[in-house]
Design a protein around this ligand. Structure first.
Ligand SMILES: Nc1nc2c(c(=O)[nH]1)N[C@@H](CN(C=O)c1ccc(C(=O)N[C@@H](CCC(=O)O)C(=O)O)cc1)CN2
Length: 299
C-alpha cells in the first residue's frame, strides 16, 4: 500500500515558517505583509476559497484585504481596482480569483498586476522567470509550488534520473509544474488530451502528476509500481449516501485503485489542495521581504 502524502500536515509546517518570517519582518522593519484578494461574481466555490485565503492571511499576521465586485463588473472597473492596488504600498500581494465571469478577459487583468505583487505567479514576467530558472526575483504559481514541496517530501530535492509525467498544460498548473520538475533535474513529459497512448506514457512515470480536470481518470494500470502520484483534481459530486444534498470531492486519480500500486500518493481532499493557500501566504511574505529590500526566505 502506498504512503499517503499528508498535505494538511506539510501545509501546517510551512504555515508556521510563514508566520515566523512575517513576525521577523515586522520586528525588524515595521512592515506587515499585505495581501489583497479580488473576487468578481457569486461563484460559491470561489467565495469559499477567498474566505479561506483571508482567514489564513490574518492567522499569519498579514494585513488582509478582500475586494468583492458584482458579477456585472466591467473590464474597465476591474482593471481600475487592480491599478489602485498596484499603487498601494501596504499591499505586497495581489490576487484575482479565477475563474472570472465569462464577459471578463482575465489575461489583461493578470498582466497588469505588477510582477513583484503577482503572488499567483501568473504574469508573463513571472512565468518567463520560471521558464529561465530565475528563482531569485520571480514568484511561482501556488499550486505547482505546493505540489513540488509534496514531491520533495517523498523523493528529496534532486530528481535526477526520475521520469516525471504531468497531465495537463494550463498556465495555472501544468506548465509551471513541468518547469519546476525540470529545474529539479527530472526528465519531464508534458501530456495532455491530444497525447497518444496516454496510459502508456503515464506508466513510464516515476512521478505522475494529474491535472486533467476529469474525475478519477487515472486508473491503476496507468501507474508504474512504486511511483509517486500527485493528484491536483477537485471535482465535487453528489454523495446521497452521506445524506440528502450532500457532496464529496473526487480527484483526477482513482485513489482506491491506484493506492495499491503507487509508492506514495496524495489524497483528495487533504493532498495538494491545502498547499495552494499555504503557498499564497509564502509568496506574500516573499514579496513583502523583497519590497523591504531584504533577501526573502525560502519555503
Ligand atoms: N487566482 C487563483 N484562482 C484559482 C486558484 C489559484 O491558485 N489562484 N486555484 C483554484 C482554487 N483554489 C484557490 O484559489 C483552491 C482550490 C482548492 C483548495 C483546497 O484547499 N482544496 C481542499 C478541499 C477543499 C474543499 O473541501 O472544497 C483539498 O483539496 O484538500 C484551496 C484553494 C482555482 N482558482
Amino acid at each position: 500500500m502506498a504512503q499517503r502524502i499528508d498535505g494538511k500536515a506539510i501545509a501546517a509546517s510551512v504555515i508556521e515558517r510563514v508566520k515566523q518570517s512575517a513576525t521577523d519582518l515586522e520586528n525588524s522593519t515595521g512592515t506587515r505583509p499585505g495581501l489583497a484578494v479580488v473576487i468578481v461574481g457569486d461563484d460559491a466555490a470561489s467565495h469559499t476559497y477567498v474566505t479561506a485565503k483571508g482567514k489564513r492571511a490574518k492567522e499569519c499576521g498579514f494585513h488582509s484585504v478582500q475586494i468583492t465586485l458584482p458579477a456585472d463588473t466591467t473590464q474597465e472597473k476591474l482593471e481600475s481596482v487592480v491599478a489602485e492596488l498596484n499603487d498601494d504600498n501596504a499591499i505586497h500581494g495581489i490576487l484575482v480569483q479565477l475563474p472570472l465571469p465569462a464577459h471578463l478577459d482575465e489575461f489583461p487583468v493578470i498582466q497588469m498586476i505588477r510582477p513583484e505583487k503577482d503572488v499567483d505567479g501568473l504574469s508573463i514576467v513571472n512565468a518567463g522567470k520560471l521558464a529561465v530558472g530565475d528563482m531569485k526575483t520571480g514568484l511561482i504559481s501556488c499550486t505547482p509550488a505546493g505540489a513540488m514541496i509534496l514531491i520533495r517530501s517523498v523523493l528529496g530535492d534532486d530528481l535526477s534520473g526520475k521520469n516525471a509525467v504531468v497531465i495537463g498544460r494550463s498556465n495555472l498548473f501544468g506548465r509551471p509544474m513541468g518547469r519546476l520538475l525540470l529545474m529539479a533535474n527530472a526528465t519531464v513529459t508534458m501530456a495532455h488530451s491530444r497525447t497518444k497512448d496516454l496510459a502508456g506514457v503515464c506508466r513510464q512515470a516515476d512521478i505522475l502528476v494529474a491535472a486533467t480536470g476529469r474525475a478519477e481518470m487515472v486508473k491503476a494500470d496507468w501507474v508504474k509500481p512504486g511511483a509517486t502520484v500527485i493528484d491536483v483534481g477537485i471535482t465535487r459530486v453528489p454523495a446521497p449516501e452521506r445524506g440528502e444534498g450532500k457532496t464529496r470531492l473526487l480527484g483526477d486519480v482513482d485513489f482506491a485503485a491506484c493506492e495499491a500500486v503507487a509508492g506514495a500518493i496524495t489524497p483528495v481532499p487533504g493532498g495538494v489542495g491545502p498547499m495552494t493557500i499555504t503557498m499564497l501566504m509564502a509568496n506574500t511574505v516573499i514579496a513583502a521581504y523583497r519590497a523591504s529590500g531584504l533577501e526573502a526566505p525560502a519555503f
